[in-house]
Design a protein around this ligand. Structure first.
Ligand code: GLU
Length: 289
């Protein structure tokens, strides 16, 4: 086994629960067993929801689990320049366009179309702003109209020319393993930078994994589909390509994925209830170290 550089990338918008514990231990175990490195990244681009108190709790809970990680931890809010540069590169290629649509307008378009195609995150953006003239785009930006930036996926695919694939080690939602052919259209013209945040999840994750030197991206298989467009961004931005291992999700008694509102499975609650880190591992079906 090659020494893997893995990472755990929580958002500080709530307390860690058993699902996070599984994700963190899964990444740390793969790093440790391969003689590699385990990194942490705080995904706090959403400044309205991120809280310092949750970030402190993340570190406390991780230490309680017995994890150690490299310092300094990368905090996305400290690196907005990196994402702006990546966006600039994509704009330079002519494959990013400003989107002035409001959420309401997009929803109205979905409602009006009978067969709106759906992606993993819901209906696919119909491309309303893709065809705006350069004059209109610059005019509206100069006027101060609020806008997001989207990838023109068709242009990006043409620019790249060759089909892409990524290597899945762990099995996606349907047990996919091996070389996975990229479906660049999966999310349509997805958002690169939001009106209220300078980088989307897709853009920031791709930039960060490259800058942090992550060689094996591990995360829940609810994010398997995202790897398709992450691979597309890596090719456009000429970034190194990590391996992927998407893992199973931890479900509650009714078979639903654990959510931040499920207080009963937060690590601090379980700890107060007398749980030990060894019990957490056992319940999660992870072998002890
Ligand atoms: N921040 C994401 C989450 O909490 C994880 C992103 C990733 O691992 O790529 O689900």
């Amino acid at each position: 086994m090659a020494p893997y550089v893995t990472r755990f990338a929580p958002s500080p918008t709530g307390y860690l629960h058993l699902g996070h514990a599984f994700a963190a231990l899964y990444a740390a175990d793969l790093a440790e067993r391969s003689g590699g490195r385990f990194l942490v990244r705080i995904e706090d681009t959403d400044r309205t929801r991120a809280r310092g108190e949750f970030e402190a709790a993340i570190f406390e809970d991780m230490a309680w689990l017995g994890l150690t990680w490299e310092e300094p931890v990368r905090r996305q809010s400290a690196h907005f320049d990196d994402y702006a540069r990546a966006l600039e590169t994509l704009r330079g290629f002519g494959c990013a366009y400003p989107c002035f649509c409001t959420r309401k307008e997009i929803e109205a378009e979905f409602a009006a179309s009978v067969n709106a195609p759906h992606g993993p995150d819901g209906p696919i953006y119909p491309g309303t702003c893709r065809g705006l003239s350069d004059l209109e785009k610059t005019g509206r930006i100069e006027r101060g109209d609020q806008h997001a930036w989207r990838l023109d996926v068709a242009k990006a695919v043409t620019l790249l020319g060759a089909p892409l694939s990524f290597e899945e080690l762990g099995g996606g939602p349907a047990g996919e393993t091996g070389a996975i052919a990229v479906n660049a259209d999966l999310f349509g013209d997805f958002v690169l930078a939001r009106k209220d945040a300078p980088a989307s999840y897709h853009l920031s994750v791709v930039v960060d994994d490259a800058l942090q030197g992550v060689t094996l991206v591990t995360r829940g298989n609810d994010l398997f589909a995202a790897a398709h467009v992450h691979r597309l961004l890596q090719a456009l931005l000429k970034l190194p390509v990590p391996l992927y291992s998407h893992h199973r999700l931890i479900l509650d008694a009714s078979g639903k994925r654990l959510a931040k509102r499920d207080q009963a499975t937060t690590l601090r609650h379980l700890r107060a209830d007398g749980w030990t880190p060894a019990r957490v591992r056992e319940v999660l079906g992870l072998t002890s170290r």
